[in-house]
Design a binder for this molecule. Sequence first.
Ligand code: MN
Length: 250
Amino acid sequence: MENPAGLIVLGREGGCGSTWGQSRSPMAATPTSNLPAPARFAVFDGDLDEEWAALYAGVRALAVDTEAMGLIHGRDRLCLVQLCDDHDNVCCIRLSRGQAEAPRLRGLMESPAIEKVFHFARFDVAALAENLAITVQPLFCTKVASRLARTYSPRHGLKEVVQELVGVELDKQAQSSDWGRVEDLSDAQLAYAAGDVRYLLPVRDHLEAMLRREQRWDLAQRCFTCVPVMADLDRLRFHLLFEHSTGGNR
Ligand code: MN
């Protein structure tokens, strides 16, 4: 890596324009995003720097998302980890091939004082364990919370949940794209990656209120504590372990 600090900070206070990915180079001039620029935005290689680790160390909750080469743990490596706090400080950590640890990220992910908020935590928790030996806790899953709270809807994808609860339209076009050329991600990919974490904390708070109102808050908490177990079962290829019939020798 030519730039171990790997830090590019842009954002509203940095005075960059509406295309908040534009000052990174070399990059195709792809249209970025319909979303407003974050308060701060940084891209790191390998791990957070000290400043951002300290910035996040004091928060009550962190939104977390990851992008990988695919959905198979052990086969498809983790490429990107995105974080956002409740002041809209967003960063993306680009992981290199074969990278096995990220100590500052790990410190945050394992801190008992910081709730880590994911949409479908089961995947990200397994990916962080598999790739970076991180044991995430405590955590909140907005997909599980949505299923427990929004029983009037069959739609619990991030796009639908953010749209309904926060009124923001996420662009998911970059969802299935090549995250492996991590040093050369397009503006559109970075904007997409950032968008996936920027509205998670407001969604989380809406869902908490709904769960409390429907008296499912305690059940939700207990579901969240099961997520690391399910993630470990996924990594070991145990499917349908709790089903009466597994439909075959699995
Ligand atoms: Mn994502």
